[in-house]
Design a protein around this ligand. Structure first.
Ligand code: ZN
Length: 146
């Protein structure tokens, strides 16, 4: 009887740890997937620095965009842009638990540093974002806002 109880306990522990591992792997896969989508958006950008952003909650994408010109570069030499983060803030509210993914590509299609600028960090924070994953040349990084 005592022995039986112990076996059950260890079986349950094994089950729990297996699930924990799977969840972690799934999260890593999802982060990579959303960053790939952000990279795809970045590749569509008309700007010199090509940046894309994705707002996602779990498996659901809530908004995605590249950075864009505010005006036509042929009309206004200043070439002001909406940053990709600003674009997604214009398109969606940030619900609790949603994560922002920001990516930049160079002309060779290689991911580059895409850490949100201080203006976007402030805007994202006041919009309710808590976590931002961004690309760097050495791999993705997490930025915790607050
Ligand atoms: Zn910015």
């Amino acid at each position: 009887m005592f022995n039986n109880g112990r076996t059950m306990h260890s079986a349950r522990t094994r089950l729990l740890s297996k699930r924990a591992v799977r969840t972690k792997t799934e999260t890593v896969d999802m982060t990579a997937g959303w960053l790939r989508l952000a990279l795809k958006q970045a590749a569509r950008s008309p700007c010199r620095y090509r940046v894309g952003a994705v707002l996602a909650k779990g498996r659901r994408v809530l908004a995605q965009s590249s950075n864009r010109y505010r005006n036509h570069p042929g009309v206004d030499f200043r070439n002001a842009t909406f940053h990709a983060e600003e674009m997604i803030l214009r398109r969606a509210r940030i619900p609790k638990g949603a994560i922002v993914y920001v990516a930049r590509v160079n002309n060779a299609g290689v991911p580059m540093l895409a850490r949100p600028c201080s203006r976007c960090q402030r805007a994202l924070t006041s919009g309710g974002a808590k976590r931002v994953f961004y690309t760097t040349a050495a791999g993705p990084r997490l930025l915790v806002l607050g």
